[in-house]
Design a protein around this ligand. Structure first.
Ligand code: AHR
Length: 518
């Protein structure tokens, strides 16, 4: 214990010094937010006079000088833990340390440390108005390898929130309470969401219960329509203010809050006395747009606010655990950040270089590939078809020309999304891999939007740490997986036999190989 509190104390001092230095730098520079290359988002917030009071990320340091732990993993083989730090001050997480610690076993993310020095770390959420699914009613912890990406070309892992997963801190330091002003942003996977309550990051109740309107102020992301919603079919960035997800001043519909689903989505919510805002943008390029900026909702109980200052991730204020999503980084500030400060933070985010890691996987439209299984059982098997039936089959140099062609795919620009890909049979032109009832088949396109979506897969870094994983475009928690030599789109831990967690990450990681048929 003594060692731990000393450690926390040292952590507390470093960002305070950085913040002061950044603030002085900002003042000397005329109060602007111009930044050195080594600045992180929290240096920018500090320069703007609204310092971070919580800074969470499993992917990178959020201060230019931060060298402390980013997160902790626990492995199942012996229940020991390991802190994962940036590779260098202000740098990307040392994912190689996680990979070697977790090799041959599975790891969970047990702590997401607070880089602000206030010890507002996130740990397994306790039971609340709703009990979690794990023993004792606690929420589940995230699988540490379930959200691999790259930042600036370096592999890192996000926090993959499956329904039932949640993190919380009910005993925080420096987080806004009552009607005090605060800001927050988070980077989410804009393609991973659902209509459950509530994938949130931000300010919530200290007793994990619904304490009434205005007792929360968190970023929400998803497509639930029970409370508020915006234009289109979602997903939307909204503010969870308790007993209501707000997309603007009205309780339900606000036309200016758009559906938004960038693969790396920057989501912003801020609130102070009778003013709040929703902003958002693409975490890979461009700036932020403002979707709402105005007075508190025209519903009683939200002005003044009664914020309590706990912090949640992946759950609702009362520990509702029905939602899914993926979190990469996020902060909460003291004070209401200016739009200019947030714009500078967005520039820092886009410069960091978030990517799926698919570049270089060899899935270039127009080329041909074979897709080899990487699970130890099956490394001689390839995705293959016989007519419309898809399986994994052993293919080798002695296989017939027909069999080689049946295990070869021409990569096409995704039929329903040009940033993803489709796979056309080498042997039967015009016929594509598509899923139907979650199983893969080879079929000719009927020209429908549904066929296009069913036949479009988004490549990501292999979820096992090797190869490439292929995420279904229209079922974003499902990846192409072999199971008993049949090929499905499978969700890790879903309700079908082929969703089994056993060997899931290996089964969904494919080696993109030279084509058997040229
Ligand atoms: O405000 C929406 C949700 O309502 C909150 O997250 C939860 O506490 C309540 O069920």
């Amino acid at each position: 214990m003594a060692r731990q509190s000393k450690h926390v104390h040292r952590q507390a001092l470093v960002p305070a010094v950085i913040a002061a230095a950044a603030l002085v730098g900002g003042l000397l520079a005329g109060g602007g937010t111009s930044q050195a290359a080594t600045q992180g988002p929290c240096d920018i917030y500090a320069s703007g006079g609204t310092p971070c009071v919580a800074a969470h990320s499993t992917t990178r340091a959020l201060y230019g000088a931060y060298t402390g732990p980013l997160y902790q993993v626990r492995r199942s083989s012996d229940n020991t833990t390991r802190d994962i730090a940036p590779v260098s001050a202000g740098g990307v997480a040392n994912s190689a340390a996680q990979d070697s610690f977790c090799a041959g076993t599975t790891c969970l993310i047990t702590i997401i440390y607070d880089q602000s020095g206030r010890n507002n770390r996130l740990t397994q959420a306790p039971p609340g108005g709703f009990n979690g699914p794990a023993a004792g009613g606690y929420d589940n912890l995230a699988n540490a390898t379930a959200a691999p990406i790259t930042v600036g070309g370096h592999k890192a892992y996000g926090v993959y929130i499956a329904p039932g997963t949640g993190y919380r801190n009910n005993n925080t330091n420096g987080i806004a309470t009552g009607d005090q002003p605060e800001g927050m942003y988070a980077i989410f996977d804009g393609t991973h969401y659902n209509g459950g309550c509530c994938f949130d990051y931000g300010n919530a109740e200290r007793n994990s219960r619904d304490n009434g309107n205005g007792t929360m102020e968190a970023i929400y992301f998803g497509n639930i329509k029970v409370w508020g919603y915006g234009s289109g079919n979602g997903p939307w960035i909204m503010a969870d203010l308790e007993n209501g997800l707000f997309s603007g001043v009205n309780q339900h519909y606000n036309a200016n809050d758009p559906s938004i689903s960038h693969r790396f989505l920057t989501a912003v919510v801020k609130g102070g006395p009778n003013r709040w805002a929703i902003r958002g943008g693409n975490g890979q390029s461009g700036g932020l747009s403002t979707f709402y900026d105005g007075v508190r909702p025209n519903v009683s109980g939200y002005n003044p606010m009664k914020k309590e200052g706990a912090i949640i991730l992946g759950i609702g204020g009362d520990n509702s655990v029905g939602a899914r999503g993926t979190f990469y980084e996020g902060v909460m500030t003291s004070g209401y950040p200016s739009d200019a400060t947030e714009n500078a933070v967005q520039a820092n985010i886009t410069a960091a270089g978030y990517a799926t890691g698919a570049a270089g996987t060899g899935l270039t439209p127009g080329t041909s590939v074979s897709l080899r299984a990487t699970t130890a059982c099956c490394t001689d098997r390839y995705i293959h078809h016989t007519g419309s039936t898809v399986d994994t089959a052993v293919v080798g140099s002695g296989s017939s020309a027909t069999e080689k062609g049946n295990a070869t795919w021409t990569v096409r620009t995704g039929l329903a999304d040009s940033s993803c890909v489709s796979f056309e049979s080498k042997n039967v032109s015009g016929q594509y891999l598509r899923h139907q009832n979650y199983q893969l088949h080879v079929q000719a396109s009927d020209g429908s939007a549904l066929f296009g979506q069913d036949a479009t897969f988004c490549p990501e870094a292999g979820r096992s740490g090797q190869g490439t994983s292929l995420r279904s475009l229209n079922f974003s928690d499902r990846y192409v997986r072999h199971y008993n030599n049949t090929v499905y789109i499978a969700a890790n831990g879903g309700s079908n036999a082929f969703d089994s967690t056993n060997a899931y990450n290996d089964d969904v990681s494919w080696a993109v190989s030279s084509p058997w048929a040229s």
